[in-house]
Design a protein around this ligand. Sequence first.
Ligand SMILES: Cc1cc2nc3c(=O)[nH]c(=O)nc-3n(C[C@H](O)[C@H](O)[C@H](O)COP(=O)(O)OP(=O)(O)OC[C@H]3O[C@@H](n4cnc5c(N)ncnc54)[C@H](O)[C@@H]3O)c2cc1C
Length: 381
Amino acid sequence: MQRFLDEEHRMLRNAVREFVEKELMPEAKELDEKGEFPWDVFRKAAKLGYIGASLPEEYGGAGMDYLSEAIITEEFMRAGSPGAVVTATLGCIPVFYFGTQEQKEKYLPVVTSGKGVSGIAITEPNAGSDVAAIQTSAVKRDGKWVLNGSKEFITNGNIASWLVIAAKTDKTAQPAYKGISNFILEHPTEGFAASPISKMGMHCSPTASISLKDVEVPAENLLGAENMGFYQIAMFFNVSRVFTAAAALGLAQRCYELALDYAKQREAFGRPIAAFQEIQFKLANMWTEIQAARLLIWHTAKLIDMGQPDAAFSSAAKVYATEIANRVAYEAVQIHGGYGYSKEYDVERYYRDARMFTIVEGTSEIQRLILGRFLTGRLKF
Ligand SMILES: Cc1cc2nc3c(=O)[nH]c(=O)nc-3n(C[C@H](O)[C@H](O)[C@H](O)COP(=O)(O)OP(=O)(O)OC[C@H]3O[C@@H](n4cnc5c(N)ncnc54)[C@H](O)[C@@H]3O)c2cc1C
């Protein structure tokens, strides 16, 4: 696959791999056990331009293309959950696309400089897949917005310096999605509380429940136009799903490498298990699916670089890469036999990490629903 890339992207890939091998891989297992966001690595990565790489230099980014950021994301996630330092830019995507010059200058450099991380809070206890059903409200009072409600499963919710929060600004709007707006909320702000959620995997990537009680947001922190939040979220997903796909691909790639190494050195019936055709077929399928996912991701990133983001391709890349990551992780555990199920070997944590990816940023079912509507002409892109 290296051959598919030009010299610049090849060099980037090698440099990021070297950084991750040196700074993350040796500590990855321990970091995952501690379950903390790896701030040191995050700051070092930001210094090298790996955090928010596709953001313009005027906002502290590296001015790279989306293909570069997809490559960076994959390489970081080869380390498993500690690689999730790249999620620091989640809130940056909508701010970059829809923010004012002042908002971009104020909020994006916080993240690209490595000072703090961002997030985006859409999901609520009673509204996940159905974004239009969110109930958090934003009401204008004395020249400010006042937010009330709760959010669930928010990545970086308890550690972020700022978050983009989706809220209903018009509860009577029909259809309901036309009444959503997005706000930039700084942390700490009075009335805002976040508590971490304990979860199956991705332990270095904090996830939080958020409560908003009469939280005041300055009028200038509305993102873009009022009641245009749903469209902004749709655009956010066009971009973020490529990175989610790339993250899952990084896990898959590492699982394949670990499984291949193990198969060559583990012996059964007097031979390395890699000599058995059944094991070779597993490796063949894993490798093939990884190559296919990578091409789909790189193609989708290229479309964004060409100024033609494509929701169908973003959904296809997301559903395919996240599902193959689960299949590859499953087979990697299988190839490790009993050791795959023990915490001694890395594949166990990759298997748990992979499970998250078919759920976040729209479940697999929702990606297929989008694709189905697109293919049958019920959605235009
Ligand atoms: C670790 C983690 C991190 C997350 N980070 C964030 C974040 O940073 N910001 C954020 O806003 N959210 C975040 N989420 C939330 C995530 O996006 C939602 O969990 C996801 O969108 C699904 O919503 P839900 O959990 O409410 O499931 P539901 O919407 O209740 O769905 C339950 C099941 O029903 C299926 N289903 C629902 N509707 C349909 C349909 N129409 N057709 C077929 N099947 C359907 C779903 O696919 C799923 O299998 C995170 C979640 C996790 C687990």
